[in-house]
Every structure is written in structure tokens, then in C-alpha cells.
Design a protein around this ligand. Structure first.
Ligand code: FRU
Length: 500
């Protein structure tokens, strides 16, 4: 048995022995994807293959902290219910076996019926950390063999830097194309390659690079076309509050350059990173991000209370990417999510005035729920509309004022900002994030998904999205709505409990 098989066997035994204990933990999510044990980060190798959706992910089975990276694996028929599969890749070769590295992020393609994974091997050499691009293949979609001739891209081009990782591969015409993240002289960039066989790669050009505002290194780039538009997405390091960005326009495959027409944030929350996309059988472009952030982010305090329970990391809800020709992309929760809705609570159009105080909202158990709010902006005079989420009820005996927890969703109608404030969510993690909704809208739609330790907000026709993790207590399940300075016309309010 080779080292790859040995390491996978050991890891899979460890997972089987420990996943029952992990499943009992208090902060486990109810309907977001998580690894069965240990640490997870980026989604990898997203593909529909052999009649199922396959999801791989950056995985350290042995600890709730990041470590030598394995690839975890799960499959699904509906993007909501996932079945864990044995881990797919483990560090095992000179080019990917290092405790500070391993099998880093990458993607998957269908290679004449085989499932091919293209990933970054990270090792430590005399010259320092070395990142190269590698290939692994599987006939059955479960057991992978690393290509004997690895690495398939052994060095970065002169225009790029040592950080050289996260290949995303796709087919265009008769060729395979690959985009890889890098950075040089303080500017992040996406490198474009092409190949006839996934093995021999030719560098084409820098597909796009930072104009000085988008960080020093671009992690996890992805490229796709949607509704006639070419889109490059990536997660820039060192770009302030921007952690998952898109540049959209046209692409010239001959010159290998993207002509940018507009850009935006995929998600402007505090916990959304490294999204990857794939095309499904229905032609949908589906994007999945890791719902967390790294230590180098300006607002980082810690990875959250889950880490103390021996696991860490989940994925945000899969989103369908759409373009409506108005200079914005939409990121819409896949429609399969609607099948998870249970008890509905509905209010027809109503007025909310300052005199009403805080109106109580019923949304399942207040912890695992979906809320949809439609505001009629034309008939709203309030300066702000505030929804309090995951709130400690007033009558909770033990709570003094400082022990009370609450997460605020604030719609500021003067500045057109929607903000999510977790400053009082759990007494530990701080941070507020905001995004601006488009001008001259008659209505503002806001859709919120709550799970054990997360809040995901989709607003302004899915153009303004925010994912944030919070570690509120189980008692914190009250939800209220109120206005500041004036009244609000609420066109509709619907809530559902959510369960798999
Ligand atoms: C992004 C990232 C990738 C890398 C992986 C390592 O979150 O830093 O660039 O491949 O995580 O786990």
C-alpha cells in the first residue's frame, strides 16, 4: 500500500471513530454543509459527475485547527442533503507532503468519463515554500490516483510570485483552460493557462490583475460565463473589507485578457471566502463559498466557539449566479432550499410605526429559520428599520443587561446601507459589515437564513449579500422588528422553520 492509501485509510478510520461525537456538539449547523469531524475551509472540485453533485473541501480531519491539507469529499442529489464519502486526497508525495501545506485548493473536470482533480501541491524546499499544480484521477469517483508525472505545472511565470495556487479548470472549445492565483510587487493577479490534455500546460497571459485596490494576492480564482458575460471571481488578500470579489466583462481567449466592465462583491459579510462555481445539468452556474475568514482579515478575532468543540468550518448556502444586464450580479440561494421550509408564518401588508415598539416575529424556533421581508420604500418615512435577531428574551432570569445578546440587521434608508452588526451577538466576536442597496428602488427585499451559528442575508434582489457567524446561546431566539424616526410600510413578511 502506498503512502496515499495508508494516510487515507488512517484518516477514514479516525473520521468513522469520531464523527458521532462531533455530531452531538452544540454549535453544529442544521442545514449548512460541515465536515464530519475536524477543520474545513475552501470548497474544492465542485462538479456534477456520475449523476450526483460532488463537493470536495480543504480538510484537516485530526484537529479543529488548520493543518496539513487533505481533500474531504461529499455527494448530494439536491445540494442540501450531503452524504460524506471517504477522504479523497492526502499529502503523500514530495511535492505535496508538508505539515504546513499539503493538498491545497483546486477544481474538478470530467476527463473522458474519469473524474480529474487539479490541485496545488505545497511543499517546503531549500528555497522555501513551493507551490505547484498537480493532477489526480479516478474511475469510480471515490478512489483517486495522483498522476505519476506530477507536477503538471512546476513553476510560476516571471510575471508572478511564489504564491501560486488554487487552479480552476474549465473547457472552452477544443482546449482546457486553467486560472491560478498569484501576486507580485503587492498586486494580486489571475494567471491563465491552456492545455490539450490537462498534463502539458502553456501560460497564456495574466487574465487580470489588481489596479492597486484589490490586494496583493488573489486566492481561489474562478472563471465562467453567465448569461453572456465573462466573470472572474477571487478572494483577494489585503483588500480591506473585500474578501470575495467579481470582475465582469468580456474575455479574449487569444490574448488571454479580461476586459472589465464592472465589478462587485459576491458577499460583503465577515465570513465568506474562497467561493468556487460549477455548471449543473440544468445550465445553472452554482457558487459555493466557505463561511469563515482568516486571521489576516482586519476584523478577525477567532474562528469561533465551534473550534473549542473540536470542529470548525461550514459552507454557505449554494447560490445560483445570474446576470440581468444592469451592472450587477445576483447570487440567489438555489431553489432546492425552498424544500427545506416547514411551518410558515405570514403577515400581509402592515404599517410599522415608532409607537408600535418592537414587533415580535415568529420564525420557527428563532434559530433555524428563514425570514423574507419586503419593504415598500415609497411609503416608508422611517430613517431606519431594525430587525433584532438571536436576541436573549427579556424574561430570561439569569440575564443582566450585559449578559444579553442580540444581532442587529439595520436598514438605513438615508444612506441606503444594509448592515449586520454582531458586536453584541456573543460577547466575543466583534464586527459590523454593510453594503449599499441600489438607488431609486420602489421596494427592498431582504431574505435571511439563520442556522445554529450563522446569519446569511440576501438583499436588493440578491445583489447585496452578507454572511456572518455568531455564537449566540440557545436561549437567544427572539426576533423583533422596529423603526426609528417614522413609519415603515411592510409589504409582506414571511417566515419558515427550516429542517433537512
Ligand atoms: C484560501 C486558501 C487557499 C489555499 C487553501 C489552503 O482559503 O488559503 O489559497 O489553497 O486555503 O487550505
Amino acid at each position: 500500500m502506498g503512502l496515499l492509501e495508508k494516510r487515507l485509510k488512517k484518516a477514514n478510520r479516525y473520521i468513522a471513530d469520531n464523527s458521532k461525537i462531533t455530531a452531538e456538539m452544540k454549535w453544529r449547523q442544521r442545514y449548512h454543509f460541515m465536515a464530519p469531524v475536524g477543520w474545513m475551509n475552501d470548497p474544492n472540485g465542485l462538479i456534477e459527475w456520475g449523476g450526483a453533485y460532488h463537493l470536495f473541501y480543504q480538510f484537516n480531519p485530526y484537529s479543529s485547527k488548520w493543518g496539513a491539507m487533505y481533500w474531504g469529499h461529499a455527494i448530494s442529489k439536491d445540494l442540501c442533503h450531503w452524504e460524506h464519502m471517504p477522504a479523497a486526497l492526502a499529502p503523500s508525495e514530495k511535492y505535496d507532503d508538508w505539515e504546513g501545506g499539503g493538498c491545497f485548493s483546486g477544481s474538478a473536470v470530467n476527463l473522458e468519463g474519469k473524474l480529474a482533480l487539479i490541485y496545488t501541491g505545497t511543499s517546503n524546499t531549500a528555497e522555501g515554500v513551493c507551490q505547484v499544480q498537480c493532477l489526480a484521477e479516478s474511475q469510480d469517483g471515490l478512489h483517486f490516483q495522483k498522476y505519476k508525472g506530477n507536477p503538471v505545472i512546476s513553476s510560476y511565470p516571471d510575471c508572478a510570485g511564489r504564491d501560486f495556487r488554487d487552479p480552476k479548470v474549465w473547457r472552452h472549445g477544443d482546449l482546457w483552460y486553467l486560472v491560478c492565483g498569484s501576486g507580485k510587487n503587492g498586486k494580486g493577479m489571475a494567471l491563465l493557462y491552456r492545455s490539450t490534455n490537462l498534463v502539458k500546460w502553456e501560460f497564456v497571459n495574466v487574465l487580470a490583475e489588481s489596479d492597486g485596490t484589490l490586494g496583493y494576492m488573489w486566492e481561489c480564482p474562478d472563471f465562467f460565463e453567465v448569461d453572456g458575460l465573462a466573470v472572474l471571481t477571487f478572494s483577494p488578500m489585503g483588500a480591506g473589507e473585500h474578501q470575495s470579489v467579481y470582475l465582469a466583462g468580456t474575455v479574449d481567449y487569444e490574448t488571454g485578457r479580461l476586459r472589465e466592465e464592472f465589478r462587485g462583491d459576491i458577499d460583503c459579510g465577515l465570513d465568506y471566502y474562497a467561493p468556487q462555481s460549477f455548471l449543473d445539468h440544468a445550465g445553472r452556474r452554482i457558487l459555493i463559498g466557505w463561511a469563515n475568514g482568516w486571521e489576516w482579515m482586519p476584523w478577525f478575532t477567532d474562528f469561533g466557539a465551534a473550534q473549542e468543540e473540536g470542529w470548525c468550518g461550514h459552507l454557505a448556502i449554494p447560490r445560483e449566479v445570474r446576470f440581468k444586464r444592469d451592472g450587477k450580479l445576483r447570487f440567489i440561494p438555489v431553489e432546492e432550499m425552498e424544500a427545506l421550509r416547514h411551518q410558515n408564518w405570514h403577515l400581509d401588508r402592515f404599517w410599522l410605526t415608532a409607537a408600535d415598539g418592537k414587533k415580535k416575529i415568529v420564525a420557527g424556533d428563532g434559530i433555524h429559520s428563514e425570514i423574507f421581508l419586503l419593504l415598500d420604500l415609497k411609503n416608508t418615512s422611517a430613517k431606519k428599520i431594525i430587525m433584532e435577531l438571536r436576541k436573549t428574551p427579556d424574561d430570561t432570569a439569569s440575564s443582566t443587561a450585559d449578559e444579553k445578546r442580540v444581532t442587529f440587521l439595520i436598514v438605513d434608508l438615508e444612506t441606503r446601507l444594509v448592515s449586520l452588526d454582531r458586536g453584541q451577538s456573543d460577547g466575543k466576536r466583534k464586527g459590523i459589515c454593510s453594503g449599499q442597496f441600489r438607488k431609486d428602488q420602489e421596494r427592498l427585499d431582504i431574505r435571511i437564513f439563520l442556522d445554529s451559528c450563522s446569519v446569511e442575508v440576501f438583499a436588493d434582489d440578491y445583489c447585496l449579500n452578507m454572511s456572518v457567524n455568531i455564537y449566540s446561546e440557545e436561549d437567544d431566539r427572539e426576533i423583533t422588528l422596529h423603526t426609528v424616526d417614522g413609519s415603515a410600510a411592510v409589504e409582506a413578511l414571511d417566515t419558515w422553520s427550516i429542517a433537512l
